[in-house]
Ligand binder design. Structure first.
Ligand code: 1HN
Length: 323
C-alpha cells in the first residue's frame, strides 16, 4: 500500500499538465533528415523507415502527445515496407511523391499528396513505391493508448507483400459517394472507406471557402467520417481538414484534446499565450491539451489535424473553450 495523500494532487490535477510542449517540426529540415535515413537503412530492413516526431516534453517515450504517436515515413522508388498487422490503428497523410501505394486488407490504394488513408486495428498493411520519386507521409498511431491498455499484438505476414484480392477503387466505389450498399453491416468500429483522396477533400473545401457556419471562428473545418455511421473514420482518433482564408485569424480556442497539425498548403502562424511559431507547407506542429491558441493564415491555407477527441467525448471528459 502507499499513501494517497502524498500523490493526490498529481493524480487529480487542477488542469492538464502532462509536459507535452507546443512544438513545430520544419519540413525543410525534417525532409532532409528523412532522406538521409534513406541512405542508412532500407524500408525493408527497417520494417518501417520512420523518423519519430517525439515531443521534447515527453523524451524517450516515442510520442507526440500523451496519447498519440507521429512520425515521418519514407519509401524510396522500388522499395517495399513488408506486410504486417497490429492492434494499433494508423492514419496517414501523404506529404510528397507520386507512385506510392499502400495495400490495406487486400485492396491496393494509390497515395497522392494530401490523401488521407487509414489502416484500422488488425488490418494487414504493406507499402510500396512504383514511381520515380521518394514518397513521404505523416503517420499517426494510437500507440500510447494501446500501451496504456497493455493490449499490443503484432503479426508478420507469411509473404513480404499481401495478395491484392480487391479491384482498385473498390472501397471508394462502395462507400465514397454518399451511398451505402443495402446489405452493408455496420461494424460499429472503423470506416469501411479507408482512402479519402485529396481531390475530393479540396473540392469540398473550395466550394465552401469563406463559409463561417461549419465551425464558427475556425474557418471551414471538416472531419473525416465513417460513411456508415457519421462517426469518426476510426473510433479512437479523429482527423480533420481545415481551410483558412488569406489574412485571417481564428478565434482563441482551447480543448482537452492535444492536436497534431500538418500543413497541407499555405503559410501562417500559430499563436500561443507565451510563444508564436511560423508554419508553412508540410510543417508539423502540436498544440498540447488545454493550451489556448489561434491560427493565423498569411495566405489561403489548408491544415490537416488529428487528436484523441472521440475517446474523450465517449468518456465525457472533452472540454472546449472559445474566448
Ligand atoms: C507501423 O506499422 C507503420 O505501417 C508506421 O506504416 C509506423 C510505428 C510503430 C509501430 C508500427 C506503418 C509505425 C508502425
Amino acid at each position: 500500500m502507499s499513501p494517497l495523500w502524498d500523490v493526490f494532487k498529481d493524480l487529480v490535477a487542477k488542469e492538464p499538465n502532462s509536459g507535452c510542449q507546443p512544438t513545430l517540426w520544419r519540413y525543410a529540415e525534417a525532409r532532409h533528415a528523412v532522406l538521409e535515413a534513406g541512405e542508412i537503412i532500407s524500408a525493408s530492413d527497417a520494417e518501417r523507415r520512420v523518423l519519430v516526431l517525439e515531443n521534447p516534453g515527453l523524451k524517450g517515450q516515442s510520442r507526440i502527445t500523451t496519447s498519440l504517436y507521429a512520425g515521418l515515413q519514407l519509401v524510396l522508388p522500388g522499395e517495399n515496407a513488408p506486410a504486417h498487422r497490429h492492434s494499433q490503428s494508423a492514419l496517414r497523410l501523404v506529404i510528397e511523391g507520386d507512385g506510392g501505394y499502400t495495400t490495406v486488407d487486400g485492396e491496393r490504394v494509390p497515395m497522392a499528396p494530401g490523401d488521407f488513408i487509414i489502416t484500422p486495428t488488425g488490418s494487414w498493411h504493406d507499402h510500396g513505391n512504383d514511381g520515380s520519386e521518394p514518397v513521404i507521409w505523416l503517420d499517426g498511431l494510437d500507440i500510447p493508448m494501446i500501451g496504456l491498455f497493455d493490449a499490443s499484438f503484432v503479426e508478420h505476414h507469411p509473404t513480404e507483400l499481401q495478395s491484392v484480392t480487391r479491384p482498385p477503387g473498390d472501397a471508394l466505389a462502395r462507400y465514397g459517394s454518399g451511398l451505402l450498399p443495402t446489405n452493408h453491416q455496420v461494424s460499429g468500429s472503423h470506416s469501411p472507406l479507408f482512402h479519402y483522396p485529396y481531390t475530393r477533400t479540396i473540392d469540398a473545401l473550395e466550394r465552401l471557402r469563406g463559409d463561417n457556419e461549419i465551425d464558427p471562428g475556425a474557418g471551414v473545418r471538416f472531419v473525416f467520417v465513417n460513411p456508415a455511421t457519421g462517426g469518426p473514420a476510426m473510433p479512437g482518433i479523429e482527423a480533420f481538414v481545415q481551410g483558412l482564408e488569406g489574412k485571417s485569424i481564428t478565434q482563441r480556442y482551447r480543448a482537452t484534446d492535444a492536436t497534431v497539425f500538418s500543413v497541407i498548403s499555405g503559410q501562417g502562424r500559430v499563436h500561443f499565450d507565451d510563444r508564436v511559431f511560423e508554419w508553412r507547407d508540410h510543417d508539423t506542429f502540436v498544440v498540447p491539451s488545454w493550451c489556448r491558441y489561434q491560427l493565423e493564415a498569411h495566405n489561403e491555407s489548408v491544415l490537416f489535424g488529428f487528436s484523441d477527441r472521440p475517446l474523450q467525448r465517449y468518456l465525457g471528459v472533452l472540454k472546449e473553450e472559445r474566448s
